[in-house]
Design a protein around this ligand. Sequence first.
Ligand SMILES: *Cc1c(COP(=O)(O)O)cnc(C)c1O
Length: 398
Amino acid sequence: MNTRPVWVEIARKKLIANYLELRRLAGNTVEVLAVVKANAYGHGMETCARLLAGAGAEWIGVTSVEEGIEARAVCPDAKILVMSGLWHGEGEAAIEHRLTLVVWEAFHLDLLEAAARRFQLPAQSVPVHLEVDTGMSRQGVQANSALLTSILNRFHAESPLRLDGVATHFSAPEVLDGKDTAEQAALFAAAIEQIAASGLRPAWIHAGNSANLLRADPFPRALKESAAKLGAKLMLRPGLALYGYAPRFTEAGRAAIPSGMASAKLSPVLAWKSRITSLRYIQAGESAGYNSTFRAARPTKLALLPMGYADGLNRLLSNRGTVLVRGHHAPIAGRVSMDQTIVDVTGIPDAAIGDEAVVIGGRGETSISAYDLADLTGTIPYEVLCNIAARVPRVLVD
Ligand SMILES: *Cc1c(COP(=O)(O)O)cnc(C)c1O
């Protein structure tokens, strides 16, 4: 039962429109994998995965086998890519649920081979994707390493595993004039050449997130050429942009380019709302909240919202953030508590119990975005969205 007035609205049409827009920008020859990891960036994985698959997404990206199993329950036909390897005890579930694993450690292959043998699966029947580390130094077999050669040797004709895809991840694609992406692409292209030379024929080559997709040149030429030589299809992996936020691009000598490439039409999918549940007036000099960090400079009307940092409202928004009430910004007064937040509605004389308070959402001048909250709390919109707590119900709206 969700009766507490704190909720998130997920706009079905916006999510689908964003996905279709990204497909259009990627072009006909490039596949778009829809990333729904981390509860679809806080938007609700089951709902988003189902909608995206319904809109035509052939590939769904998750972070773990656990998430893959949840995605499989709502996407019976999609290809589900588990992007961060697997751990002990997960091999059989991965195969049972037909998850495609991104692998790079020898033990990933051991686990999948052992599970495939237990199911007595024939040679080449379990598709896996190999990640090549081209400079992120986070996961993946390092390009140009002896390990890459020995991992490639594992994909012999009798193995139950088949090399179906090769991937890498860029570390700074939103820096438009940066050389990192070009250098990583060159290393990746060389690794693909090595893979081709060893006789392997992966069907998919993928790299690149929202920022790559929204650039004028999602794939550097070297990558397009090596994929073409291999007869493999290129794929991009956007996450954030699906949910309506373009990365902030930067270029030397220019301020941040706020909405990415000008042609992208994306709308934020998520709105976060609450309602005023109590009102009071305090006199000049009186305080509000823990440790009296808000002190009224004038007779002040305060409204209570039944939500706090346990719902994901960052405590750094204390005396800094605002919410929208009747289309006006109501400043947060004092410290955000665990389950309660006080806002100053003095400037909004009609504010009443039951009024909606918009934490993220609104339109035009009177809107608050995940970027606004991120700027006030020293982080990125990803974290703002992911931090919306599980106890906040996600409601699907049109
Ligand atoms: C999260 C993730 C993405 C999506 O990144 P966005 O910046 O949200 O578009 C793509 N690829 C990998 C490997 C990821 O982990």
